[in-house]
Design a protein around this ligand. Structure first.
Ligand SMILES: [Zn+2]
Length: 94
């Protein structure tokens, strides 16, 4: 495990997993999904586009066919995205 001294929320993209490093004193990034009740990272559609390397239209399409869903009013459920894109999300406290 690589040591890090980063003091902000950072997302590292690997081939098969997303590692989300959260600063202990920054309460952000995780929500209880309204749909699947999972405590998960949440991504705005704009972030999802960058993280999962698809375009905005694809995110919208996946939402419309219920492959992914929103965790709250503004953010997509990280678990639904990870399941669809076959990524594992690992959470690391810095
Ligand atoms: Zn969900």
């Amino acid at each position: 495990m690589k040591q890090t001294h980063i003091r902000r929320t950072e997302i590292t993209i690997e081939t098969r997993s997303l590692t989300i490093i959260r600063s202990r004193n920054v309460k952000s990034g995780c929500v209880r999904c309204q749909n699947c009740q999972t405590l998960t990272a949440a991504f705005t559609p704009a972030h999802a586009v960058l993280i999962f390397r698809v375009d905005a239209a694809e995110i919208k399409r996946l939402f419309q066919i219920n492959q992914i869903h929103f965790a709250d009013d503004s953010a997509l459920c990280g678990k639904s995205l990870a399941d669809y894109f076959k990524q594992e999300i690992r959470y690391v406290e810095d």
